[in-house]
Design a protein around this ligand. Structure first.
Ligand code: ATP
Ligand code: MG
Length: 303
């Protein structure tokens, strides 16, 4: 498995303040990797180290097989905060970057149109000065510039920030299409419901340390918990099972079986079947990424 990013025992101190403390993880080529953590946990610092804007105090980073900064032209980057030249229009700005990156004016113009279309910025707003843009419009231009030269590694720091729900969904689709084309994507975001849908793996950073990481499916499995869909069960029996904490009602009319001992769920199912109930579905329950994150960091301060 080829790795696009390898972080080994990476630490970063700002004066006496430890922003990252022995962070190790790998990002395989073609995967979408999420980094989550509370404000000040160290996510943006990690991204700046990956890009080579900061140097680690300790540890090693290998990015597309080289040192951070070495393969910069193969990376697309959306910063957390951007400063654009206010007198450019959005279209002029992307065009300017396209020409700077070496495209001849015809190719630069067509790539600019493509990117403006992709980020829904091709309309009238693209010809207004960026000084007058809304936050979401600036964010869309930021996304467009990050994707300009078909990067094989895309690093997005809070990409959903300022986007309306419609534009957030569009961005999810853009990220999915990057993945389909083989790009590797690293995303920091607080919008966990989106990361849950788009990421293959995730790392939780807390106070500069990775406290949990792994592939999404295995992190979200909730061992010993099953979702049960049941019909025609006597209300009294359901009440009893809920009182004994064998079952808990879920929001959508289903129930969660809390298996306390091996074989516990079979016993519960048997009781239900014997009472004449029909079982319409049984599946391993999954936590949401939000639930997983909250339990991972609960009781721990953010910074
Ligand atoms: N240049 C710097 N000089 C001093 N301290 C810094 C610097 N950059 C970051 N820090 C500190 O490092 C810690 C991590 O900051 P970082 O920006 O990486 O957090 P974050 O996880 O991205 O937070 P957020 O979710 O709010 O974006 C914070 O305590 C921050 O104050
Ligand atoms: Mg940040």
């Amino acid at each position: 498995m080829e790795l696009v990013l390898e972080a080994s025992e990476v630490s970063k101190k700002f004066g006496g303040k430890i922003a990252l403390d022995g962070v190790s993880f790998n990002v395989p080529r073609g995967s979408t990797f999420g980094i989550i953590g509370r404000n000040g946990a160290g996510k943006t610092t990690l991204i700046k180290l990956i890009l080579g804007f900061l140097r680690p105090t300790d540890g090693k980073l290998k990015v597309i097989g080289g040192r951070p900064g070495e393969n910069f032209a193969r990376i697309g980057y959306l910063p957390e905060f951007s400063n654009y030249h206010p007198l450019f229009t959005g279209r002029e700005y992307i065009m300017y970057l396209a020409e700077m990156s070496g495209l001849k004016s015809h190719a630069a113009a067509s790539r600019t149109e493509e990117l403006l279309e992709m980020t829904s910025m091709a309309g009238e707003a693209s010809n207004r000065r960026m000084a007058n843009y809304s936050k979401g419009m600036l964010q869309k231009i930021g996304i467009a510039q990050a994707l300009l030269n078909f990067p094989e590694f895309v690093v997005l720091d809070e990409p959903f920030s300022g986007l309306d729900p419609f534009a957030q969904k569009e961005l999810r689709d853009i990220i999915a299409s990057l993945k389909n084309k083989g790009a590797t994507v690293l995303i920091c975001s607080h919008i966990l419901s989106h990361l849950e849908k788009i990421c293959d793996a995730v790392a939780v950073i807390n106070k500069g340390r990775i406290i949990r990481h792994g592939d999404m499916a295995s992190l979200l499995v909730s061992r010993g918990r099953y979702r049960l869909q049941v019909d025609k069960a006597p209300a009294r029996l359901l009440g009893d099972l809920i009182e004994k904490r064998d079952l808990a009602p879920a929001d959508d009319g289903a129930y969660i079986i809390e298996e306390k001992i091996p074989g516990g769920k079979e016993a519960i199912l048997k009781t239900l079947i014997d009472s004449g109930a029909s079982i319409n579905g049984l599946a391993e329950a999954r936590k949401t990424l939000d639930e997983f994150f909250n339990s991972a960091v609960s009781g721990r301060d953010g910074e």
